[in-house]
Design a binder for this molecule. Structure first.
Ligand code: ZN
Length: 141
């Protein structure tokens, strides 16, 4: 991966073979980013998507084999247990341009992944929420 800082954050280029979530999270930790937002596009192999269901209060995971375009990657950056955490959702399109989407757990960059990361000053934390059992954004207010 490579990157360039700009007036509002960074533009990142992830490269073929890199695991998207892992590579992005390592960059966030290295740059000590505690609050931000991002959008991106590119292409990945074998993505793992999911959804959180309130029926069982757990994430359902589903892995898709093959090549997909990242039609849209969107997310935010906060901190969880003192470490940067990227909450990512993706819309991915297949060879028929049919789209799947959901919470992005992992995906391997197949060609490239271009991310526009906006960085805000300070830190926003996530804390465990009793009702949902999820780590939700907590502004402390
Ligand atoms: Zn999510």
């Amino acid at each position: 991966m490579d990157y360039r800082p700009n007036e509002v954050g960074f533009t990142l280029r992830l490269d073929r073979g890199e695991e998207l979530v892992e590579t992005l999270t390592a960059f966030l930790a290295e740059q000590k980013i505690g609050w931000g937002a991002l959008t991106g596009l590119g292409a990945v192999d074998d993505p793992e998507l999911g959804l959180f269901t309130m029926k069982t209060r757990e994430y359902l995971h589903r892995r898709f084999e093959g090549e997909y375009e990242i039609a849209s990657l969107t997310g935010n950056v906060t901190t969880l247990d003192g470490k940067p955490f990227a909450h990512l959702h993706a819309l991915l399109s297949d060879i028929d341009c049919a789209v799947i989407g959901g919470h992005l757990f992992k995906a391997t960059v197949s060609v490239t992944c271009e991310i526009d990361l906006r960085v805000y000053e300070g830190e926003v934390k996530r804390c465990a929420d009793a009702e949902t059992t999820l780590n939700l954004i907590d502004f402390g207010s």
